[in-house]
Design a protein around this ligand. Structure first.
Ligand code: ADP
Ligand code: ZN
Ligand code: MG
Length: 485
């Protein structure tokens, strides 16, 4: 029997606001001193009152709009009641019946498959527990207590580990483009729970679902899906029953393990938060946020392909490195002006694509990874690209020039002058060297005269070696051919 996996995600995302959700404490996920950013409100002291953080609401709406969700103009907060040492109030302020937004989708970039988003609601984070090695007690750090948290729930539209990983990755990119969250899973800024069930291929109903928690990276989220598909398939093949339960991920063993079963499921006794007014959003507020939406990864992908004709691989690098992509676009705009002005013609598509390709190649293959921040300006880099395009410098010299540019940030013409790298285009000089090469390589000369074209390539190579890459390849070829007729 073939079983079909059904997967839905529940994702918690910490918003990168300046202050916490209901008090003015600093929201700082990188604070190392424990219990530093705390106050009576986020410590749950009796008699304190929460005040809603407008910036957090804005960031949630921004995310919801980017994910094609409807915005609920009237919603409210509720208390989710439960006891845990990291929750001093004994309840978490959340949204249950009336989330801020619902009914959106995200398209997976590779397949364009639509993954529906059920809802995105606003809540607050809990503190965090620490378990000192060897100790028989735990410690609580309340720095995270009351940090704005969005919860995003998807419909069970995902089917494979690859789709799960792609969804999380794309969501992470969108959150970063929107500047609403650091979205770093390893740091706990984004936390993912996977719901997964299996059913026979043609079944009309879903199977029993299992929820896997504690997934702290995209790789682990994918691995947990792979593991559960295998585990549940084996159970079903033996005519067994999958138990509805919450499972954890054991990182050392790379397996999931049972944490708690449905009978122990919580009843949170949700009820409306009496200390906060209803959340009512005006049209203007939402329209303002709409105007602030930046270009999203999907739009950028399409544009980079259409405008610059880059390969999917190059586009992927730029999509993941927004700063580099922005730099690239400045370079291209510089080159566009040049193509337009210098040649006195309209910006030509093919020519622009060639220039863009050179720029992308050198940026991705040579400049990237060498340094965190590029030292040279887009203008200087555009100048560099032009020199390659016009064959003013060979690829060998280009690498030397670029290395210097990365070290000093100075412009390519200056470097070429200073380092004496300019191309030898003096006919007499090249002719002299060509004669030497002809004398030194009688066999190749003979082969060429017999019609072996590759020998000419060899002789040009010799010319490049002798001139340390500075001979103009075209001139070298012309002169060699002339001397060998
Ligand atoms: P619960 O009431 O147990 O929290 P929900 O209906 O709220 O369940 O769904 C929680 C998550 O589980 C959602 O992401 C949803 O898409 C997913 N889900 C629901 N049913 C299934 C199923 N049979 N198999 C896999 N995922 C499911
Ligand atoms: Zn506080
Ligand atoms: Mg639920």
């Amino acid at each position: 029997m073939i079983y079909k996996p059904t997967i839905g995600l529940e994702i918690h995302i910490e918003l990168n606001t300046k202050s916490k959700m209901f008090c003015s404490c600093k929201n700082d996920s990188s604070e190392v001193e424990v219990n530093k950013n705390v106050c009576p409100v986020c410590l749950g002291h009796p008699g304190t009152l929460p005040v809603t953080n407008k910036e957090a609401i804005k960031k949630l709406i921004k995310t919801a709009l980017a994910l094609n969700c409807q915005i609920n103009k009237q919603s409210f907060f509720e208390r989710k009641n439960y006891f845990y040492p990291d929750l001093p109030k004994g309840y978490q302020i959340s949204q249950y019946q009336s989330p801020l937004s619902k009914g959106g989708y995200l398209d997976l970039p590779s397949s364009k498959k639509k993954i529906k988003i059920t809802r995105i609601h606003m809540e607050e984070d809990t503190g965090s527990l620490m378990h000192p090695e060897g100790a028989d007690y735990s410690l609580v750090n309340f720095n995270r207590s009351g940090v704005p948290l969005m919860e995003l729930v998807t419909e069970p539209d995902l089917e494979t580990a690859a789709e799960v990983k792609e969804f999380i990755k794309e969501l992470q990119l969108i959150l970063k483009y929107l500047n609403v969250s650091g979205a770093n899973m390893e740091k706990g800024e984004m936390r993912c729970e996977v719901n997964i069930s299996l059913a026979p291929k043609d079944a009309k109903e879903f199977g029993t679902k299992v929820e896997v928690k504690n997934l702290n990276s995209i790789a682990v989220a994918g691995a947990s899906v792979g593991y559960e598909i295998k585990r549940q398939t084996e159970i079903l093949e033996k005519f067994g029953q999958v138990i509805q339960e919450t499972r954890g991920w054991h990182d050392a063993k790379k397996i999931t393990f049972s944490q708690r079963q449905k009978e122990e499921a919580h009843d949170y006794r949700y009820f409306p938060e009496p200390d906060l007014p209803k959340l009512v959003l005006g049209n203007d507020f939402i329209e303002e946020i709409k105007k602030e939406l930046p270009e999203l990864p999907s739009g950028k992908r399409e544009r980079f392909e259409k405008e610059y004709g880059l390969t999917a691989g190059d586009i992927d690098v730029f999509i993941g490195k927004k700063d580099l992509a922005d730099f690239f676009e400045k370079v291209v705009s510089e080159l566009g002006e040049w193509v337009g002005s210098e040649k006195g013609v309209e910006l030509k598509d093919e020519e622009m694509k060639k220039l863009a390709k050179i720029a992308a190649n050198y940026l991705i293959n040579d400049a990237l990874g060498q340094e965190e921040e590029l030292k040279f300006s887009p203008e200087n880099f555009a100048e560099f690209v032009k020199k390659i395009y016009l064959n003013e410098i060979s690829s060998k010299i280009a690498k030397i020039v670029l290395t210097k540019m990365m070290q000093t940030g100075s412009d390519p013409s200056h470097i070429i002058r200073e380092e004496d790298l300019s191309q030898i285009s003096d006919t007499i000089e090249i002719e002299t060297i060509a004669k030497e090469i002809i004398n030194e390589n009688p066999k190749s000369v003979e082969d060429y005269k017999k019609g072996k074209q590759a020998s000419m390539q060899f002789l040009i190579g010799q010319m490049m070696a002798k001139t340390k890459g500075k001979a103009s390849p075209e001139l070298a070829k012309d002169i060699l051919q002339k001397l060998l007729v």
